[in-house]
Design a protein around this ligand. Structure first.
Ligand SMILES: *[C@@H]1O[C@H](CO)[C@@H](O)[C@H](O)[C@H]1NC(C)=O
Ligand SMILES: *[C@@H]1O[C@H](CO)[C@@H](O)[C@H](O)[C@H]1NC(C)=O
Ligand SMILES: *[C@@H]1O[C@H](CO)[C@@H](O)[C@H](O)[C@H]1NC(C)=O
Ligand SMILES: *[C@@H]1O[C@H](CO)[C@@H](O)[C@H](O)[C@H]1NC(C)=O
Ligand SMILES: *[C@@H]1O[C@H](CO)[C@@H](O)[C@H](O)[C@H]1NC(C)=O
Length: 638
């Protein structure tokens, strides 16, 4: 069978568009077919310039590879990548030599060449055992890449544990896709060298190698088809979400920030919670109360009074020692120690630096009323960081930019959402992401409205919904925001369709996505309960994800026992998330909670990378058998 009878036609073009590597491969099939057409022509082959023409074609195809943008090779450090990388390095080494020769041949002014040099080169590509023939390298590469996928799929289950995936800030899905593109381009290079070597052999030697070349093509088509098939399977099993792991040391303002003094442990004597200074009730009577003064300048004169609501009072003991915190601290008390030794918080030296210690004793009034010191919660918006911006963070859609990263920042007393954005190019590629510093505003600015521009957390409205929002296939992320849904902060994303082949956003199809399920829906959202939470920053371990889609949780106070209820939890993870710290195409985002049992944990954002499964195809070219005599085509299957 002569190769001249084969022609490649693009009869099957996947509607989704090909990955960059698959596109390069299908372009090579055309080059390959055209050049074999020439080589099989005796007149052309013996014209004396045939090898120069081939060299030009090879250099031109190399130009095609260079100018096809593709995802950069993943900077994987682990042993998973060693084997494939070794084979890729072999191919790249051979390719450099081969290209150098072809360049010199294509432009004789660039240096002289001899046919002996050419024949050595061909041997090195096709048969030299010391250098490993390219066919062998390709099949090794195809085997080792499958192991790499397996390792990635296994590692995704321990993503949170400071895994390499997490350190790279990449989803397993994205990583598999990038590995595939890197490997598949190397394979095409190896295969291109093989086919051009046989063509050169036809010119410089007499034997007919078309049968060998044809067999190699069959092997290559089958092998790449198999790899693509396995890649699609791996991609469909790989998780597409990514989030930040815990730093070894948590640093306020850098890795996390806090809502402060939302519901804070507060010592109040009942005499100050009644308008007439009576002490006729028990602490538990004061489930929602106010401060009305400071009777006889007792302990109340040593602390700032709670100007908001005083909530959920209870009685612990009559007499105690209180170590009050430094005025700069968000805490009111370092610790409270009752006479029987029972301590709230961690007892430390109560120095001037840390605070001051006071003896606080309940008293009898007119021998009938016991004026008890109660332990309550104070919900006082003054001096409290408790605002959430309700404004969306959006990419510059008019300039065809998409969201490539997200983060939460605290400025003033408010939490704001920010994005990094990048220009969307064809084939799902994006430029380097840049953080957008959207205008920071404050709840005290003019023309800023509560409920529209921002939300104030309080005892009755302090819930946040925990949702994963992923846009349908073919949509990309443009914006995200919090809005108020009932009394909950509810997370939303906005996504739009885009044309994979051109990279154009189709703005008209953009739409907000949200999970509007509430606690009172038919299938209510489930509550993520924090029971007597401790501070999440105490642990240096990597913290696992504690929440799942369709849950909600409330901001609350830390445990009385462990922290005298002085801190608001969960903390908020403010580490930026951006795939590879550079950005990639995204199709969703979410809010989640990471915590160890008993800890207040961290509220954090997560991202979902674009689903590439449908863009991986190795059989986009269908070969036909062309009968010269009858002029008819029939299918050939490899
Ligand atoms: C095979 O490659 C090695 C290393 O490049 C070289 O020394 C050797 O001469 C080559 N053998 C043949 C038969 O070309
Ligand atoms: C997390 O990784 C550490 C160190 O690599 C290991 O000791 C620990 O067992 C891992 N934890 C889990 C839950 O696998
Ligand atoms: C490639 O694999 C698919 C299955 O994934 C199969 O349907 C198709 O026939 C194969 N193509 C070739 C050329 O082997
Ligand atoms: C592709 O994968 C499926 C599922 O594992 C398998 O049934 C099919 O034979 C594979 N096709 C090729 C060409 O490897
Ligand atoms: C990605 O797309 C493929 C093919 O449409 C689908 O089978 C797979 O479930 C999708 N993966 C995710 C995570 O949505």
């Amino acid at each position: 069978m002569k190769l001249s009878w084969l022609i490649g036609l693009f009869t099957f073009v996947p509607t989704y568009g090909l990955s960059p590597a698959d596109k390069i491969r299908s372009k090579f099939y055309v080059t390959e077919w055209q050049q074999w057409e020439h080589v099989n022509n005796f007149g052309w082959r013996t014209s004396g310039v045939a090898d120069i023409e081939l060299a030009k074609a090879f250099v031109k195809f190399n130009g095609e590879i260079q100018k096809t943008p593709r995802p950069p090779a993943p900077a994987l450090r682990s042993s998973w990548w060693q084997q494939p990388q070794l084979q890729i390095q072999r191919i790249e080494g051979m390719y450099r030599t081969f290209l150098q020769y072809m360049r010199r041949r294509a432009e004789p002014s660039a240096g002289s060449t001899s046919s002996a040099e050419c024949l050595t080169l061909i041997r090195n590509v096709l048969t030299n055992r010391t250098r490993a023939p390219m066919s062998e390298v390709i099949s090794k590469l195809q085997g080792s890449v499958l192991k790499t996928y397996q390792n990635i799929l296994q590692a995704q289950h321990l993503y949170f544990n400071r895994s390499q995936l997490c350190e790279m800030q990449v989803s397993p899905h994205q990583l598999i896709y990038d590995v595939y593109n890197t490997v598949a381009v190397a394979e095409v290079k190896a295969y291109a060298m093989m086919q051009f070597s046989w063509m050169l052999k036809m010119i410089f030697e007499t034997g007919d190698v078309t049968a060998v070349a044809l067999k190699a093509r069959g092997d290559f088509v089958r092998g790449t088809n198999m790899t693509a098939n396995e890649t699609r399977i791996a991609l469909s099993h790989a998780k597409s979400d990514l989030y930040r792991c815990d730093p070894i040391r948590h640093t306020q303002g850098e890795s996390y920030d806090e809502v402060t003094r939302l519901l804070q442990g507060y010592i109040e004597n009942e005499v100050d919670m009644t308008k007439d200074n009576s002490c006729a009730e028990k602490c538990s009577y004061y489930s929602v109360a106010k401060n009305y003064g400071c009777f006889q300048d007792k302990f109340c004169a040593r602390q700032s009074s709670c100007k908001g609501n005083i909530i959920d009072c209870h009685f612990v003991e009559s007499d105690m020692t209180v170590c009050t915190s430094n005025y700069r601290s968000n805490r009111r008390y370092e610790w409270v120690k009752y006479v029987n030794g029972h301590t709230l918080g961690k007892e430390t030296n109560c120095s001037v630096e840390n605070g001051k210690s006071y003896r606080v004793q309940s008293w009898w009034r007119w021998l009938v009323w016991h004026c008890s010191y109660c332990m309550c919660l104070c919900d006082d918006p003054a001096d409290s960081d408790r605002y959430f911006s309700l404004r969306e963070a959006t990419s510059d859609i008019q300039s065809n930019k998409v969201v490539t990263g997200v983060r939460i920042i605290k400025r003033g007393r408010m939490f704001h959402l920010q994005i990094s954005q990048a220009t969307l190019f064809k084939e799902g590629l994006v430029s380097q992401g840049n953080w957008v510093l959207n205008k920071i505003f404050s709840n005290t600015d003019r023309n800023v409205e509560e409920g529209i521009d921002y939300h104030t957390l309080n005892y009755r409205s302090r819930a946040i919904d925990l949702d994963d929002l992923v846009a349908p296939d073919g949509y990309v992320l443009l914006m995200y925001r919090f809005r108020l849904l009932g009394a909950h902060l509810n997370f939303n994303i906005r996504a739009t369709k885009f044309d994979y082949k051109s990279g154009r956003l189709s703005i008209d199809s953009s739409t907000w996505l949200s999970n509007d399920n509430t606690e009172i829906s038919a299938n209510p959202r489930s509550r993520l309960e924090l029971s007597r939470p401790s501070l999440p920053t105490l642990s240096t371990a990597a913290i696992p994800v504690n929440s799942r889609h369709d849950q909600f949780m409330e901001f609350t106070h830390s445990s009385f026992e462990a922290d005298a209820a002085q801190t608001t939890v969960p903390f908020i993870d403010i580490q930026p998330i951006q795939v590879y710290r550079r950005g990639a195409l995204l199709s969703g985002a979410g809010v989640m909670h990471r915590a160890e049992p008993g800890s207040g944990g961290f509220l954090a954002l997560k991202l979902f990378t674009y689903n590439y499964t449908n863009h991986v195809h190795a059989d986009s070219t269908v070969y036909h058998h062309y009968d010269k005599l009858t002029g008819t085509y029939t299918h050939i299957r490899f």
